[in-house]
Design a protein around this ligand. Sequence first.
Ligand SMILES: [Zn+2]
Length: 196
Amino acid sequence: MRRWFVRPAVLKLDISGIPEAWVNVEEAAHYYATDSVAYCYGDICASLRGGFSRLNARRSQIDIHPIIAIKGQSAAGKLLKSQPRLTRFNTKLFQRDRFTCAYCGGHYEARSLEREHIVPFAQGGKDTWMNVVAACRPCNQRKANRTPEQARMPLLYVPYVPTRWEDMILQMRQGHVLGDQMEFLRAGLPPHSRLV
Ligand SMILES: [Zn+2]
């Protein structure tokens, strides 16, 4: 925890302000050192000491801001076209669904939740953002290889594909997004987002 506090992740944007990735402080420092940072937001979140200057024997220091936009061509087209990946890890899914079972509405810890395929694999369902929800184990087992209609278990909320802004929040472990970063990312969330 403390290590994370000392070394926060830095949100990297493309020149047009679209979130591209989380980078570590060293990578961020590299962008500063190579004069690749076009602009930045937020209060300084880390300072890295560099080498001593031969001119005045002063040690250089790179102050790092929590959000940095990198010079160069806008990657907007590519970034906005690609869908955030649904990995085999459930962390992002459970966060999207606020650790709430889609069938009984109960709140659970991650270890009591499972990835539930709305249209089950057995009936041609795919492993995509639009076909998965968080469900508690008993609900998942009760529904089994049936659709919600067949099982008479209506969904309490609908799935959705996270935007890049949401995905950036989902990628980060809970509580590890800095205040300035959260504010920036929240401003880009769609109204239907469950992360608002
Ligand atoms: Zn349930």
